[in-house]
Design a binder for this molecule. Structure first.
Ligand SMILES: [Zn+2]
Length: 352
């Protein structure tokens, strides 16, 4: 590192500012902190010098955290001017000079709507609690696309911003073999084509983000038990159905009848059970009625507020209780880990 190199100085200054503003965590190797950085110190601002000292004092704490963060930006020093961002495995390798010319703020988490992003950040909080990490939190900007507009939002973000970004789509799948959605395909293409960006797209296997919420948490939502008991009576042999069930609308015999053969095959046990109920129902004239079918052929969903209710519960409960509710079904953990990697930031001291 060259203390007389203006770009390197500006890059280091920018990185330390980013940490100080609690946008991202910085990890240093001890040999860099003790070797190269002191040479640079006199040319840095006083606040950046203080930040370096603070980092030096908390080195062991940061080393533990560093082992948990799977996706990182690795900053390297180049004397020649290079600007390229390279993805190598889980990491992005970026020359220090890059930070002199590109302003980096908090990660953007791009989702279909604000509630989706909020739930993802709640998952990350649970992950942080589970790993017993203190003094850090998932710091992110929520950018929302609204269904199919998410690809356009992602594209526009990558065109105009340099800060890291993680976009997430649900699958809209009605069963495991259902085709990938066009929106997801488009988002993956956009991220793959984006040059010089720290970006990733994650496509959930679940039909909607609500399907990631564990049973034990859903059960806390008012009136959820009726739905859960009914669904369980139909799909108890395959808990995988929980990924594809429509939590809001529920499941109806005439819905199954309208689907393609693969979808019908997947929901055939539910179809058989609903047909059995219809045959035993006198309102449906023991199954012979052709007109609009009655409640016996439906499992009523929980309505449109499932996600909002789940977020309310997670926001009002202590983290420890949330984690207890979340522990029974860990499908959320993979996406929580990705959000954690992208958004982990120091809480910092309270401003007085
Ligand atoms: Zn009936």
């Amino acid at each position: 590192m060259d203390p007389n190199d203006i770009k390197q100085n500006a890059g280091m200054e920018a990185l330390l500012t980013c940490f100080r503003r609690r946008s991202h965590v910085l990890f240093f190797r001890i040999k860099d902190l003790d070797g190269i950085v002191p040479k640079l110190k006199p040319t840095l601002s006083l606040s950046s010098q203080a930040t370096l000292n603070a980092l030096r004092n908390r080195l062991s704490e940061y080393r533990l955290l560093s082992d948990l963060v799977a996706r990182k930006i690795v900053v390297y020093i180049e004397n020649e001017i290079r600007f390229g961002v390279q993805r190598i495995g889980n990491d992005w390798h970026i020359p220090l000079n890059f930070f002199a010319d590109n302003s980096i703020i908090e990660t953007a988490v791009i989702g279909e709507n604000p509630s989706d992003v909020m739930l993802l950040l709640k998952f990350a909080e649970c992950y942080i609690e589970r790993e017993k990490i203190h003094g850090f939190f998932p710091n992110a900007r929520a950018i929302c696309g609204g269904g199919s507009v998410i690809a356009a939002s992602l594209s526009s973000y990558l065109r105009t911003e340099s800060s890291p970004c993680l976009s997430v789509t649900d699958s809209d799948k009605l069963h495991p073999k259902f085709k990938q959605s066009i929106v997801t395909k488009r988002c993956i293409e956009i991220v793959n084509k984006a040059a010089n960006k720290v970006a990733e797209h994650i496509s959930l296997e679940e039909r909607e983000i609500e399907n990631l919420i564990p049973h034990d948490l859903i059960k806390r939502i008012e009136n959820a038990n009726v739905f859960i008991n009914q669904i369980n009576s139909i799909v108890v042999e395959d808990p995988g159905h929980w990924k594809y069930i429509d939590l809001k609308q529920g499941l109806a015999l005439d819905w199954v009848a309208r689907q393609d053969s693969e979808t019908k095959k997947y929901w055939k046990k539910a179809e058989a059970e609903l047909n059995r109920r219809k045959k035993g129902c006198c309102l449906c004239k023991n199954g012979e009625a052709k007109e609009k079918l009655c409640e016996c052929t439906k499992i009523l969903g929980m309505g449109d507020n499932v996600l909002a209710n789940a977020i309310d519960i997670l926001s009002n409960n202590p983290l420890k209780l949330n984690l207890k509710l979340m522990q029974t079904d860990l499908r959320w953990e993979k996406i929580a880990k990705a959000i954690f990697d992208f958004t982990i930031a120091p809480k910092g001291e309270k401003v007085r």
